[in-house]
Design a protein around this ligand. Sequence first.
Ligand SMILES: NC(=O)c1ccc[n+]([C@@H]2O[C@H](COP(=O)([O-])OP(=O)(O)OC[C@H]3O[C@@H](n4cnc5c(N)ncnc54)[C@H](O)[C@@H]3O)[C@@H](O)[C@H]2O)c1
Ligand SMILES: O=C(O)[C@H](O)COP(=O)(O)O
Length: 630
Amino acid sequence: MSDAPTLIFDFDSTLVGFETLEALAELALEGAPEAGAVRGEIAALTDQAMSGVLSFDQALTRRLTLLPLTRDHVQVLAEQAVARLAPSVARNVETLRAHAERVVIVSGGFREVIAPVARHLGVPDEQVLANDLTYDDKGRVTGVDRANPLSADGGKVTGIRALGLSGTVVMIGDGWTDAEVRLAGLADRFHAFCEVVRRPRVVEAADAVAVSLDEVLHAEGLSGRWSYPRSRIKVLLLESVHPAAVAALEDAGYSVECETGALDEDALIERLKGVHVLGLRSKTGVSERVIDAADRLMAVGAFCIGTNHIDLEAASRRGIAVFNAPYSNTRSVVELAIGLVITLMRGVADRSAAMHEGRWNKSARGSRELRGKTLGIVGYGAIGSQLSVLAEALGMRVIYHDLSERLALGNARPVITLDDLLAEADVVSLHVDGRAGNHRLIGAGELARMKPGAVLINLSRGHVVDIDALAEVMRAGRLGGAAIDVFPEEPRTNQDPFDSPLRGLANVILTPHVGGSTEEAQEAIGAFAASRLLGYLNRGDTTFCVNLPNAQLSDVQGAHRLLHIHQNQPGVLAALNLALSEAGLNILGQHLKTDGRTGYVITDVDRDYQAGALDVLKTVPGTLRFRALY
Ligand SMILES: NC(=O)c1ccc[n+]([C@@H]2O[C@H](COP(=O)([O-])OP(=O)(O)OC[C@H]3O[C@@H](n4cnc5c(N)ncnc54)[C@H](O)[C@@H]3O)[C@@H](O)[C@H]2O)c1
Ligand SMILES: O=C(O)[C@H](O)COP(=O)(O)O
């Protein structure tokens, strides 16, 4: 520990995510009519002091004068302080505790607010340099103890100098007074800490810029909670992935960038440079070319059910894990399917359109109840089987056809062939997956086999129905109606035009791929897919991964975790363990999961090994990807 650096932390906007005086202003001015204006003045004074354009002493005095502060306000903030640590500090508490004897907190803020945080981190009292508030006999704040050097300009420099620190000293903070410690020669390095606030003048004066504590710990050779600073792991989310996902990934410390629309192949290749994790929905294709061009990609999150637009084989070959959200929008699709059955069987869409054009057409002709009618479900997976339950509850008879053996729910009845289903159903609803073999599963021949007047619904994938053939059948009036939500070619963004031979046809409902687009579903997908990605990034957990062997893993405890993805070929595990043993690593636990093409070995090892010992694992024949977590 003796050659470890001393870390000097600023408090406000560094260890915690707030500025003390601004937070106290919130408490002291609650409900006051002038609150907004006073808070604004305080924030401006803080900023001027932290950027070095106003002296610290002046800023402190003027801010205290503006506030009717009491001991109670200070105590309330003190009680909140530990819960308001900056995110990267909160996740590195253990590391800071382990290093606490070489941690100093220096702040122009107040000891009463800092003390609980210092205690939480195990930092001894004598290593906390801060101002002491003074009170009158009614508990009102009168100012700060002027005998304390921290109350004056240059107070941090004076306080740190008085400590007489030896060895390497590292200053970490967001303000100009922190930069001054380095400029006074009292620190060997200054990290401008920008997780909470970024001040250009401070950044310019810094030796390094850190958007998280992970970065600082990594740069200073102190093991943080993770092997690689999370903020350097770039996540790119396309197609307006729900903010819940953005928040979850950012809260965990990763750097997230978002785009609203989908990207074409060339644009995606360009945009993926340096990206570790890609998130998308159904519109962005991830081809083999994209996978091969990606220089850092380790995981793809499909924030939807379908993964047919991602080359899973190519991803497996590169050891890139692909996740989806298989159940989060199931119910939304089913509800829309039910709505479409009723809407088609009553001709609601055309009647509504006529009314909007000023035409009144009251008639029962062609309108039918769904009670007692036969619903034919093609693809009895998650959506198909859920639809079966709801349709029966509405009085429909349900038959289904699936390539695999599926449990019949309620009174639903399996039929062996698609043709049998088409011949019997009044409503045909398609819920097959997007595999290539389902291309034009419903073409002219299948449409001809449907009962005259029956209706067709496609909420699965656009390539499943031959759209030209369907348009012809609808024009000929052979079918009663059709509702199509998915198309062979779909616009990438809401600004792009849409065209289809189905436009303008009677009792044909066209929806812009919104089967799963409900607020509930999108939020659930955002949370679920982000949790899968985080499980993989943080623990190596591959539960619900669609292209690599699934391994459910707990957090790494007291060990380093080595994740090795390889081609499933004989001898890899033996070679890996030989390499581990030759590198002097002590295995604490090991799992091997394989599927037809890939193997995944998770090895927890004792933390006591030589730096560089792990490099040899990348050379084990068959290795596709290797990473270490600690
Ligand atoms: N419109 C939307 O917004 C939307 C939303 C969610 C899902 N989807 C799509 O809905 C479809 C179904 O989703 P899911 O979650 O139920 O999938 P799933 O994988 O649970 O079920 C698909 C079922 O189809 C069966 N199947 C595949 N090909 C078949 C064929 N040719 N004949 C008969 N059965 C076949 C499979 O065996 C499986 O049981 C997928 O294509 C998915 O991408 C669309
Ligand atoms: O696969 C899915 O879940 C659906 O097709 C929904 O896709 P979307 O996220 O692009 O709406």
